[in-house]
Design a protein around this ligand. Structure first.
Ligand code: NAG
Ligand code: NAG
Ligand code: NAG
Ligand code: NAG
Length: 480
């Protein structure tokens, strides 16, 4: 790509291609499973302010893509797994997807570089549901891109979870694609390689620690004091390097020694688990960013790393089936405020720049009433209702609100439900046991949040106009 850029600079043909050289800088994942997402313009401003040069989306969200227009940020758009079957069986659907979700935005100066076909489609929890559809969907999308004249400009890829490869010897040099899905992965990888597309992988030392209590904690970090792993003279002091190089070996073994690798997701959650806290998250992220900023790769691939942080912002509506930590992957809280100090190495001030111009709801909270007996039968019911529809993932052993007493626990649950419902009076009417207060109940590391004003996809910010705002988006979509 460097050569392409030099050539196009010399010929001054399409200077658009030369904004930023791929491979440099850091990217971030922008997920939108939130009850109160920040306005897309606010998020794009955050990316620009923090000099995050690349963004990865999980779909082709119209509002996000519109806001990215003329931002100079490179974009990876995603095709969710539930669209794979359609894309696999219908070339017409694939053509239409590319036309609406790539071509139209390119014409509006959105710098789309990649289409991610599916997201971790071979994850064990999907029971093989996407094993057969991913490859034909990939082919159809690639063909659609070529038909649209974008074959060289927009590349396809398939973000994979790191367990699609394994090592027979426990050290990286034993790396190969996982035996039970070898043929599926090989087919996809060959197709990507033939089309000059990269292998995208998501690597999570935190998950290794989460599922295996014997995992050496220090080995998860870049500055850790873990006993090094010796692989034929190459020493590995952290899991990221070893995992990445297992992929390098697997690619090499299967005949793709020079294939590009993108780390599609890398991060550490800050809450929801005893190993999910700001201290560990800061340590992991800073270690990784120092590595990226230094332009240093892994023992097997010495060059700069291309990676997307997971994630930019917390998402309070993610499924917690994998664990309570799922809603806490952000480098920023839901409201775009930094969680910890992190030097991305991209700005002169060396600190995260928060979101600007936020509008919060009033300073009020819903809490347990004074003098309510804790054995009041309505409490347990109310709490489970509040937690099911609110977010109680910061309660529990080792979490940010893990040391609350029983009464505070109840208040936390009530308040979460109340805030998610935009502080509506009706959302603090747990029968006879709740009340609204103006005294902030936050204590220690436990934040009793206040929500930001809801965003309805346009200039209409009051509650009543939700329907109108959604209608406006629909109208814009059909005009496009
Ligand atoms: C474009 O992407 C959006 C968001 O992922 C999706 O809902 C829509 O169906 C896509 N459009 C087409 C024509 O496939
Ligand atoms: C996968 O299989 C298990 C056991 O057969 C089942 O409980 C689960 O619902 C399945 N998941 C999906 C996504 O199909
Ligand atoms: C508070 O709630 C959490 C999560 O439900 C629970 O694990 C913890 O034991 C509760 N603490 C007290 C003191 O009741
Ligand atoms: C609430 O309290 C009032 C008065 O103490 C009582 O009459 C009523 O039954 C209570 N309601 C519920 C749902 O517990």
């Amino acid at each position: 790509m460097r050569k392409v850029c030099q050539i196009c600079l010399m010929v001054v043909l399409i200077p658009l291609l030369c904004w930023v050289e791929p491979g440099d800088g850091i990217g971030a994942n922008w997920g939108t499973q939130s009850s109160h997402p920040l306005p897309p313009e606010t998020v794009v401003r955050m990316l620009v302010d923090n000099r995050i040069q690349k963004v990865k989306l999980f779909d082709a969200d119209y509002g996000a893509l519109r806001a990215l227009s003329k931002s100079g940020i490179q974009v990876m758009v995603g095709i969710p797994n539930d669209l794979l079957a359609t894309m696999a069986t219908s070339t017409k659907a694939a053509d239409k997807w590319v036309s609406k979700n790539v071509t139209a935005h390119l014409s509006n100066s959105v710098d789309i570089r990649y289409v991610a076909v599916g997201n971790e489609p071979f994850l064990a929890t999907y029971n093989g549901s996407f094993l057969r559809t991913t490859y034909p969907a990939l082919q159809n999308i690639q063909n659609a891109l070529v038909k649209a004249g974008l074959g060289n400009r927009v590349k396809v890829t398939v973000p994979q979870n790191a367990d699609v490869y394994e090592s027979s010897t426990t050290v990286p040099s034993g790396g190969d694609f996982r035996a039970d899905i070898h043929d599926y992965i090989f087919q996809i990888t060959k197709f990507l390689n033939d089309n000059g597309s990269p292998f995208t992988v998501n690597i999570y030392p935190f998950i290794s620690l989460y599922i295996d209590s014997n995992f050496p904690v220090e080995y998860a970090f870049f500055d850790g004091q873990a006993t090094p792993v010796n692989d034929g003279g190459t020493t590995y002091t952290n899991m990221f390097d070893a995992n990445y190089d297992t992929l390098v070996w697997a690619l090499q073994k299967n005949g793709f020694p020079n294939m590009g690798i993108i780390v599609g997701e890398i991060g550490w959650p800050s809450d929801g688990d005893r190993n999910g806290n700001n201290e560990y998250a800061q340590r992991f992220m800073q270690g990784f960013m120092t590595r990226v900023a230094g332009g240093k790769g892994t023992p097997m691939r010495q060059g700069p790393l291309e990676a997307y942080l997971f994630s930019l912002i917390d998402e309070d509506e993610k499924s917690i089936q994998p664990g309570n930590f799922e809603r806490h992957w952000g480098v920023f809280y839901y409201d775009g405020q930094p969680k910890y100090s992190l030097n991305l190495g991209t700005t002169t001030q060396g600190a995260l720049v928060p979101a600007r111009d936020l509008k919060y709801l009033q300073r009020k909270w819903c809490v347990l009433k004074d003098n309510v007996k804790m054995d009041d039968p309505s409490i347990a019911q109310s709490v489970s209702y509040a937690c099911a529809l609110g977010d109680c993932t910061s309660l529990g052993y080792g979490t940010s609100c893990g040391s609350l007493d029983a009464e505070q626990n109840v208040s936390y649950a009530f308040n979460s439900y109340f805030q998610k419902n935009n502080q509506l009076d009706e959302a603090c009417k747990f029968p006879n046991v709740s009340t609204i207060t103006k005294d902030d109940p936050s204590t220690g590391t436990c934040r009793f949040g206040i929500m930001i004003e809801p965003y309805y996809g346009g200039a209409h910010k009051t509650l009543g106009s939700g329907g109108f705002g959604a209608g406006l988006v629909l109208l814009l979509l059909t005009v496009l």
